[in-house]
Each structure stands twice: as C-alpha cells, then as structure tokens.
Design a protein around this ligand. Structure first.
Ligand code: PLP
Length: 389
C-alpha cells in the first residue's frame, strides 16, 4: 500500500483531500484495499452506488448494453434512454426528461429551462433564480453561483449573475423581499441540504414556499441530486411533503455508479426546450441508462420500507449516545454531530474498518440502500465506540 497514493499525489490535480485508502475492489457494502483489509462502506461513493459495489443485477444490465453498443450520440435513438425517461415520468408524473452526466449539469439544465420559460412567459427581465444560504448545487461557474455558501465562491468570480440567496425562515420574509426587488424566475431548494450538513428544511417552509411559488407563477426547482432515487425512504424527497415541483433534478444514486444526471420537467415547462437549445454529447448514454433502468426498477415499496427501518435503527442506536450531540436526516441520509471534530472521527473509523463521509462539522452516512442489517449494526457499534472515546 502507498504506491497508488504516491502516484496520485504526483499527477492528479490537488482538488481532493483524499483519505489514505487505496480501494482495490468492493462487493455490496464491503470494500477491500490493496492490502486486503476489509471496510464496511457507509458512504457508497457519496450516495452513488445505490445497491453497493459490483452489484450483480446492475452489472448484468450494463454489460449487456456494453456488448451491444456503448455510445451513439444524441443524433439517434436508443431504447435504454427512452425506457429510463418513460420510467422517470411514470413514477413522478413529470412529462419530459433531459439527460446529462452529473448533478451540476442537471441543475444547469434546470436553470436554463427556468430562464427560458420565464423570459417567454413573463419577459426576459425575469431571470433571477433564488436559492438558499447553505445550499449546494454544483461546481460549474453557474451552479457555484446557485450554491449559497460563499466559501465555495472564493477565487472563481465573476460568477454567473442573477442569483439571490435567502434563509429558510418559516415566514418567507426574505423571499418576499427578493421578489419585491428582483424579477424572479424560479426558486431552487434541496429538501434536505446534504453538503450543507444534512440539514432538513422544515415542513412549513417547504409547503409555504411551494404555495407562494404557485400563486406567484414562480417555478419551484427541487434539487434531488443527493436526496433522490430512494435515498430518504421515498422515490424523491419532495414526496414526503405533498408538493409538486415544476422541475426536479437528480444524479448521484440514479446511475448505480455510472455517471448520469436527469432534469425532470413538469407539464408547465415540458415544452420549453426546442431543438438546439441544450445538449450533451454523453447525455443519455445507453450504458449509463441501461444501468439506471435496472436501479430505478428496483426502488419499490418493499425497498423503501427497508430504508425506513434501517434509518430508525441508526437513530435508535446513535441518538443520545456519549460523544454524539445530535443525529439528523431522513431515510439513509444521516448526519451525526460528534463532540470531537468529524474529520478526526472519520480517520479513526477508517483505521477500524468503517468508511463514512463528512458534511461540514458532521459525520455523514449515505450507505447503499440494500446494506445488510448485520453489516450496518456492526458499523454503528464502531461509530458509537469511536465517538465515545
Ligand atoms: C453532489 C450534488 C450536486 C453536484 O453533483 P455533481 O455530480 O458532483 O456535479 C448538486 N446538488 C446536490 C444537492 C448535490 O448533493
């Protein structure tokens, strides 16, 4: 162990503070490093490998498509792309889907759709997109502008203009103030802020916001990049709140490990795009879509019940334990606020064979949706032990 780390540090751009682990392979919710040490994986590649590493069913779907054709470009039609779009629409009631390759791109597409819709419907001055302080929407120059955490903005200005940030207060004061000052096209939220520290928005805020947007003909965009595809115990997190967003974006878990982003357009905006407005060379790639069709078809009620049960097990095991200040989140998207620095604890957990994430000052858990209960229990005991030290 160490050769890969050395080469990576020499040649790969230094954008990541990687942990000193060289992953060789994985199976389900277990990972193995180049020394053969085994880890229980509670991060699933930041909520991406929805059914764990090297999942057999997903692998079969992907390799079958690989053996047919791996890429066609968007000049032609392929069935995985059409099938996935149909499934996404039928399960959500949305009307059209644009496929890209990442969460940031899914959000870019949503922002462009909102601006074009508002320009045509209300006038081109209606270009403002309102997002939340403490949000995270991606790393491109425009999605950085959408990200309401100024520490991410440093060094990269000027960012795309036309973004305003508000607090998720219950009375919508700040939103009303922005609407008095600016011509607003859309509001974009995460129902549970992931990178912001696994912070769930209040039900009152979400429902009042949705109502305000509906009454004022402002589009509501819900960023489900992290919360989507069964992560919170429902297909999409907005479904917990009885709201109907105009645009939903998703990525991470949808592809089961291959890159895919999707922007779901409701009836109101389904025809906003015409040929030439937007595009992506890799978007809708048949191999990624074939894998996603498999993943998406397995997110059913039985799995969601399992996610909810395992979530309860996490809350029951860790809430109020020594060294743990709080446990937040929904489904298998969990934030644990430890008394000691989260980074320190995550490093200790790695030594003890458990892989976790961090989000701000919290330990973040995003395990595979099908993590075996025994493995989860084993890992939670280690977390409780390390937090108590
Ligand atoms: C991860 C994430 C993104 C960015 O996704 P990328 O695939 O890294 O571009 C956007 N929004 C949310 C809520 C995310 O969690």
């Amino acid at each position: 162990m160490g050769k890969i780390i050395e080469k990576d540090k020499k040649y790969v751009a230094g954008t990541y503070a990687r942990f000193p682990v060289e992953i060789a392979y994985g199976k389900g919710s277990e990972m193995f490093d180049t020394d053969g040490k085994r880890y229980i994986d509670l991060g699933s590649g930041i909520g991406v490998t929805a059914f764990g590493a090297a999942d057999g069913e997903w692998q079969a779907a992907v390799t079958r498509q690989l053996s047919l054709v791996q890429h066609t470009s968007n000049l032609y039609y392929t069935s995985p792309c059409a099938d996935l779009a149909e499934m996404l629409c039928e399960k959500t009631g949305m009307k059209k889907v644009f496929f890209s390759n990442s969460g940031a791109e899914a959000n870019e597409c949503a922002i462009k759709a909102a601006r074009k819709w508002a320009a045509k419907k209300k006038g081109s001055e209606y270009s403002t997109i309102v997002t939340l302080k403490n949000s995270f929407h991606g790393r491109t120059v425009t999605t950085l502008a959408a990200t309401g955490q100024t520490n991410f903005h440093v060094h990269f200005g000027p960012l795309t203009p036309g973004f305003e940030y508000i607090d998720a207060g219950e009375e919508l004061f700040e939103l009303k103030a922005v609407c008095a000052r600016c011509e607003v096209a859309a509001v974009m939220i995460e129902c549970i802020q992931g990178e912001g520290g696994v912070v769930p928005l209040s039900r009152e805020f979400i429902t009042e916001l949705a109502e305000y947007c509906r009454v004022h003909d402002i589009l509501l965009i819900v960023d489900e990049v992290q919360t989507g595809n069964g992560r919170t115990g429902k297909l999409y997190s907005y479904m917990h709140y009885g709201i109907e967003p105009d645009i939903v974006t998703t990525a991470k878990g949808l592809g089961g490990g291959l890159p895919i982003g999707a922007t779901l357009l409701s009836d109101k905006v389904s025809d906003v795009y015409s040929a030439g407005d937007h595009g992506s060379t890799f978007g809708g790639n048949p191999v990624c879509c074939a894998g996603a069709v498999n993943i998406f078809s397995r997110i059913d009620d039985a799995l969601m019940d399992e996610v909810t049960e395992k979530s309860k097990m996490i809350f029951d095991t860790l809430t109020g334990k020594p060294g743990i200040k709080s446990v937040t989140g929904l489904g298998l998207m969990i934030g644990i606020l430890p008394e000691k620095p989260a980074k320190e604890i995550v490093s200790k957990l790695i030594e003890k064979g458990v892989l976790c994430l961090t989000a701000k000052e919290k330990i973040r858990l995003l395990p595979a949706l099908n993590i075996p209960t025994e493995l989860l229990a084993e890992a939670l005991d280690v977390i409780a032990e390390v937090c108590a030290e």
